[in-house]
Design a protein around this ligand. Structure first.
Ligand SMILES: CC(C)(COP(=O)(O)OP(=O)(O)OC[C@H]1O[C@@H](n2cnc3c(N)ncnc32)[C@H](O)[C@@H]1OP(=O)(O)O)[C@@H](O)C(=O)NCCC(=O)NCCS
Length: 193
């Protein structure tokens, strides 16, 4: 999938070195909100194994995880996913952007592409974005795309750091009848798959 400034595609195990570089140079940034970043840095072989698992899950339709690349594929800008864990006819969208590329509207652009994919190709009734209430940048992404802040669920997110407190979770949703009028629909995407 190509957006104005990004290429989104499923990871290949050969992306391991690129992904490791993007994550390892973003550790402090990612560790604020992504629990998985606390297990990094990892050896490239471990990253490669995980990417193999992502590829298999993608092929089996269990979980659709995308790498976010520069359009020529030369660097990883971040990652994103469409996850089936929010019930029938619904998908949850997740995303992260490497530290050196934040505040350029790239998470918004990537999440818009996945929102379009969810409604136009997967035919969902509801797309959701789940955010830690302290994550100002991510709250803004959901709001900018026209998602409705639906609820704050208490202590639903795991501790950010092993041994820390559980965190509340803000649930944003966008429904199929709201999608055509949402800002998300106006983001250009080529090759919506
Ligand atoms: C949250 C995150 C995805 C935002 O990515 P991004 O590419 O910077 O987001 P965008 O540039 O599309 O920003 C959208 C809006 O948020 C604002 N914003 C971005 N980062 C912000 C921050 N740290 N604090 C306050 N506002 C922020 C931007 O200014 C923009 O608002 P505006 O243009 O309407 O003023 C990125 O910081 C990140 O990867 N964080 C770590 C992982 C994470 O939290 N993932 C999301 C989990 S729900």
């Amino acid at each position: 999938m190509l957006t104005e400034r990004l290429l989104l595609r499923p990871y290949d195990p050969d992306d391991a070195a690129l992904l490791k570089e993007a994550v390892d140079t973003s550790l402090d940034h990612l560790r604020r909100f992504m629990d998985w970043a606390w297990t990094a840095p990892e050896p490239v072989g471990v990253v490669r194994k995980r990417l193999r698992a992502f590829r298999d899950a993608f092929r089996h339709g269990d979980d659709w995880i995308y790498g976010i690349f520069d359009p020529d594929g030369s660097a990883i800008v971040g990652g994103a996913g469409l996850h089936r864990r929010v019930g029938p006819e619904a998908l949850e969208i997740g995303y992260w952007i490497r530290a050196s590329r934040v505040r350029q509207g790239l998470a918004t652009e990537a999440a818009a592409a996945l929102t379009r994919l969810a409604f136009e190709r997967c035919g969902v009734v509801r797309a959701e974005i789940h955010v830690d209430p302290a994550n100002t940048g991510s709250l803004a992404v959901a709001e900018r795309l026209g998602y409705l802040r639906e609820a704050t669920l208490r202590k639903r997110l795991p501790p950010i750091k092993p041994g820390g407190p559980r965190r509340d979770e803000v649930v944003f949703s966008l429904l199929d009848d709201e999608y055509p009028g949402s800002p998300a629909v106006r983001f250009a995407v080529n090759g919506l798959d």
